[in-house]
Write a new protein. Sequence first.
Length: 321
Amino acid sequence: MAQHFLLSAKARTLSLASVARLSDEEATSLFAQLRWSDNEGKPYCPRCGCTTIYSYSARKLFKCKACQHQFTVTSGTIFSSRKLAIRDILLAIAIFANSAKGHSALQLSRDLDVQYKTAFVLAHKIREAIAAENPNHVASGEVEIDGAYFGGYVKPKNNKEDRVDRRLAKNQNGKRRSVIVIREHKGKVMTFVTKTEDASLDVIRTRVVEGSTIHADEATHWDRLHAHFDMHRINHSQSYSDGDACTNLAESFFSRLRRAEIGTHHHIAGPYLAAYADEMSWRENHRDVSNGQQYQLMTAAAARHVVSVRWCGYWQRRKAA
């Protein structure tokens, strides 16, 4: 029996100790190499693009000769206006990359000895950066689609006679959301969130190339896709696969997301469900990549990503509201 990739030596190319031991200069240099990789790691002005830059060694500032704009290695990135040291940010990314089923904000706050709010926003900034890697990808060829509901837990009543069927819409709290997965055979995983599974049809038609072969289960709302795609259907009340159609790959993604919810985060609120789904789809797409490569990919994505509209000043906005 072949050894699982995560158990092999090839999967382990990152040491948290090596990241934690980085000096401030080494951490800054590493971040600069990834941010300005298109210029051999040499800084250029994020405002005008000029490559003639002065540096202030005492304050770790750069100044553009053309427009006089002053900036740091993280200015204009998702970690702009940071208060944490760059080494701590890199260590957070390394810890985040090292967790196969995700990493909770509470655990990250303990790892870095920072407030929970700091760890929560930092983790979501990493999720936003990696989710923005390939936003315009469309699926083609053999594609599996499926949906699963997350969130909106309704606690059962104490007495048996007071309990109701929580599967019925009238007994739910309206917070449940459906995560829809589109997974190519030997290709990428894409996810998005809708209120119900049947509300995803318009998005599926835009995210899957017309004429592709789609594998789906017996749910009746998928019937409307037959006019646009070659549909293969499987009735799960009879079997999981019949040799012609199956959604096992789509469901394997949901097992990863469900394990992350139950075993790591324990609770995923509706407004953040899409971010967690995007994170798990990224992890699924890079499941055969070593933890060291994942760390480099995450750091490079964060270094290239612009200032976050959602997470910059997040807690201040919530307090003001």
